[in-house]
Design a protein around this ligand. Structure first.
Ligand SMILES: *Cc1c(COP(=O)(O)O)cnc(C)c1O
Length: 452
């Protein structure tokens, strides 16, 4: 059963239980309790390396360079930031808190980016004081604020302008629309031929001596399985770069193509192959620059999910198991509701946008016939679903260990304390040994915030 969507270190051991990098999940549960996030460190490192080497090779072959930023919002702990850095990645942050983690991990400021559509003055100042390599600005008012704050500090802030290209991607397709109706970025499009918001912002940055314009940033979506969207967006950004050069005489050095590289969540899903997508994008941008008669910029990308998603699983203990008779189109059928000791507080994605996951009973093997099951949490919310539909052994019962695959990204980082549930620990498993990266929250942690 090993292979996607499980991390590369996952196997079924001799006794039928799942092992991660040689550690039996029953031992993990006994020692650390459930629910728990389990990260396969070698798998994380392998994916980080795979993205970096694939993009360096492909962009090197067309004559330019590339930096890979790990998108910390997917999961950022001090150890994870160190792993990323040790594998030659930089780190993208989207808040003062994420920036604090990267700095605690001793990622050099110059290798950190700061994102956000509503950065506070405190966040901007912290980034300037840390000497971050780039602040990705998201609006005209923010350009003004960053310039003023940089002037106050007597520094020049390195900035990229986040633009929206009209290309949106996610799942298997991409769509291109002229107008944007979302909070991020500045549109490259205009209704009547006047200067676009993106161009206006780029020109505004060039006018401020407190700002250094590094380049243009575009992020088109998440869980993208078709590289065409990246190519379409890159082409729009490169044209904007050429237009800016024509208007201002400045050909910016850098273009960031964002993250969104899709992974396997279910058995049979095919993840984006970094080598193939890197080659496709590199060849496409080289062609566009040749056509425009501009030199190639240096590129950067920001994968988050593709690095950490498949490296993680969530380990739960099964509690209540309840058969529920459901009225279907062709008659009644039974769905087995399998409740686990976590739920929407440790993985909000199924409730938030119907994300699909795969689960297995992992503490033992079973010869029982598989039945249609739904894995649910313990929260006071009927939408508290962990896995909508999955075949589980018919004898699944209280006390069984159940693992959900590919929860490394946007699990712990989006976790909440709904129903006053303490958030699960993040465990790292490496070469037959486990260690705690983030400990389990306690009721004392939660009550410690309550001032009575
Ligand atoms: C969310 C995000 C990413 C990472 O997206 P993944 O789907 O995890 O690769 C990268 N860049 C920006 C600007 C983002 O908002």
């Amino acid at each position: 059963m090993t292979g996607a969507p499980w991390s590369s270190g996952v196997e079924r051991g001799a006794a039928g239980a799942l092992t991660v990098a040689g550690v039996d999940v029953r031992d993990l549960a006994a020692e650390h309790g459930t629910p728990a996030y389990v990260l396969d460190e070698a798998d994380f490192r392998r994916r980080a390396r795979a993205y970096r080497t694939a993009f360096e090779a492909a962009f090197g072959a067309v004559g330019t360079g590339v930096d890979v930023y790990y998108a910390g919002k997917a999961l950022l702990t001090v150890a994870v930031a160190r792993w990323a850095r040790e594998e030659g990645l930089r780190v993208d942050t989207a808040s003062g808190g994420e920036l604090a983690v990267a700095l605690r991990a001793q990622v050099p400021g110059a290798e950190i980016g700061l994102h956000g559509n509503n950065k506070s003055d405190a966040e901007i100042l912290r980034a300037l004081d840390a000497g971050v390599g780039r602040i990705i600005v998201d609006s005209l008012v923010e350009i003004e604020r960053v310039a003023q704050l940089a002037a106050g500090r007597g520094v020049v802030a390195p900035v990229m302008v986040r633009v929206t290209t009209g290309v949106h991607a996610g799942g298997h397709e991409y769509i291109a629309t002229a107008h944007e109706d979302q909070k991020f970025g500045l549109s490259v499009n205009t209704s009547s031929g006047e200067t676009s918001p993106a161009m206006t912002a780029l020109l505004a940055v060039l006018e401020r001596p407190e700002l250094r314009l590094l380049g243009i940033h575009s992020h088109i979506g998440s869980q993208i399985l078709d590289p065409d969207g990246f190519e379409a967006a890159a082409s729009v950004v490169l044209r904007l770069r050429a237009d800016l050069a024509e208007r201002s005489g400045v050909l910016v050095d850098e273009v960031d193509l964002g993250g969104g590289y899709g992974i396997a969540y279910l058995p049979g899903d095919v993840a984006l192959d970094p080598e193939r997508v890197a080659k496709d994008i590199a060849q496409s941008v080289a062609g566009v620059c040749q056509e425009l008669g501009t030199s190639l910029p240096r590129f950067s990308i920001e994968p988050g999910r593709a690095i950490v998603g498949p490296a993680g699983l969530t380990l739960y203990t099964v509690g209540t198991v309840k058969p529920v008779t459901v009225a279907g189109e062709s008659g009644d059928f039974v769905r087995l509701y399998v409740s686990v000791d976590g739920g929407m507080s440790d993985n909000i994605r199924p409730a938030l946008y119907g994300a699909a996951y795969h689960a297995e009973v992992v503490g033992r093997t079973s010869a029982a016939e598989p039945v249609l099951a739904r894995v649910v949490g313990k929260h006071c919310e009927s939408g508290d679903i962990v896995v909508h539909e999955v075949q589980l052994p018919g004898d699944v019962r209280a006390g069984d260990l159940l693992a959900v695959a590919a929860t490394g990204a946007y699990g712990r980082s989006m976790a909440s304390n709904y129903n006053m549930l303490p958030r699960p620990p993040v465990l790292a498993v490496t070469d037959g040994a486990a260690r705690v990266l983030v400990r389990r929250e306690t009721e004392d942690d939660l009550l410690g915030l309550d001032q009575g």
